[in-house]
Ligand binder design. Structure first.
Ligand code: SAH
Ligand code: SF4
Length: 375
């Protein structure tokens, strides 16, 4: 194990078997894995943690993913869409707090009305923040034209998780009309339009193997991704996937959390200069899960800005944290915790992915996502 970690720290290529071995690190040796990932993180992205305040603007979704608590067939969730002014208030609050950027996330809606709504909100946020807030969107699969309109209106990063790079497993987690190839193509379109592109997976899905997770990391590399947002799969009671499973024990939950951290650390060792988020799902499994994520190699945190009145309706999984804290309280406790692990917060900075900066400087660079050989 030590030799493998030494090779990883010397930045040698890691094979699929190496990745599987890292992901299978036993508990007694995991600290060494996290420390190695932290050393690579320090070298490539530093010890600054960037905040992306997340606004969960609507739980109305046309999709029916078998794992997700806001899937359209869940009749036990009250549906909402925030008003334009409510979104603006939260965005401007984040600006005032000196957050560098925002994430606007919602269920997936493909309609002219929704596209225009988002477009107008983006234009107004950009104008009222003097173009100082960076904006990431996470609004699902859309047409190239829609992606382009939102990009023109000021969004510059987009997060669309592939959920799993194993096409067969993807088929088991979604109804037949949810198409893996369409999702991959959306990642290509986003890149073509000019976004910094983020993707990710759920970790510890039923039926997922360690080999699948290693393949997920290779998928991220092959498509030359700029950012990663991934977190443990957590059951939601009102979903078909959770109903098929036996309920979790505390031991399962701890193992699921550790696997999430190991995936973050292995991703850092393998991909090095990308932005990696310590996601809320880590915090759902451990009260200081996001800080542990930072110490295992992540460099981005997404504090929740969503008004507390809407949070109970945006339950993607059971026990999603921060239900009854407002965002000021969240910020206070988060800043203290990040300081306590020796990191600084990149206030007022966009904190763009260094990988994006280097890939856009390179000429003649091509990858699976390039729209042309020299894209
Ligand atoms: N509708 C958009 C964005 C909102 S969902 C989209 O699907 O891209 C955001 C993410 O929540 C999804 O990509 C998925 O990975 C995650 N998610 C959904 N249900 C989950 C669960 N039960 N456990 C962990 N993550 C989940
Ligand atoms: Fe909708 Fe996204 Fe949930 Fe799928 S994961 S049901 S697209 S919100």
């Amino acid at each position: 194990m030590t030799t493998l970690l030494e090779r990883a720290r010397r930045e040698e290529d890691l094979s699929r078997d190496d990745l599987i071995q890292l992901l299978s690190t036993p508990k007694a040796e995991q600290q060494e894995l996290f420390d190695s990932a932290y050393a690579i993180k320090e070298k490539y992205v530093g010890k600054t943690c960037y905040f992306r305040g997340i606004i969960e603007l609507s739980n109305i979704c046309s999709k029916d993913c078998y794992y997700c608590g806001i899937r359209k067939s869940n009749k036990n969730t009250e549906r909402f869409r925030m008003e334009r002014n409510e979104i603006l208030d939260e965005a401007l609050w984040a600006h005032k707090q000196n957050y560098g950027s925002l994430v606007m996330q919602s269920g997936e809606i493909q309609s002219e009305e929704f596209t225009t709504f988002i477009e107008e909100v983006l234009l107004e946020i950009k104008e009222r923040s003097n173009d100082e807030l960076g904006i990431t969107l996470s609004l699902g699969e859309q047409t190239e034209e829609t992606y382009q309109r939102w990009f023109n209106a000021g969004a510059h990063r987009y997060l669309l998780r592939i959920e799993t790079s194993n096409k067969e497993l993807y088929g088991k987690l979604h109804p037949a009309d949810h198409d893996f190839d369409i999702r991959v193509n959306c990642l290509k379109l986003l890149r073509k339009v000019g976004y910094q592109v983020g993707t990710g997976v759920m970790i510890g899905l039923p039926g997922q193997t360690t080999g699948d997770l290693a393949d997920d990391l290779q998928f991220f590399k092959d498509i030359d991704i700029d950012m990663i947002g991934m977190g443990p799969y957590i059951p939601h009671d009102e979903t078909p996937l959770a109903k098929k499973m036996l309920s979790w024990t505390d031991g399962d939950q701890a193992a699921q959390f550790r696997l999430g951290l190991k995936m973050v650390a292995t991703a850092r060792l393998f991909l090095r200069d990308v932005n990696i988020a310590a996601t809320t799902a880590l915090q759902a499994l451990d009260p200081v899960g996001r800080e542990k994520g930072l110490l295992a190699g992540a460099n981005v945190i997404m504090p929740n800005l969503t008004d507390t009145q809407y949070r109970p309706s945006y339950q993607l999984y059971n026990n999603k944290p921060c239900l009854d804290e407002n965002s000021t309280m969240c910020r206070g406790c988060l800043s203290k915790r990040i300081g306590s692990i020796g990191e600084t917060i990149g206030l007022g900075e966009w904190g763009d992915s260094p990988h994006y900066a280097s890939r856009t400087k390179e000429s003649g660079h091509s990858c699976l996502l390039s729209p042309t050989p020299h894209g």
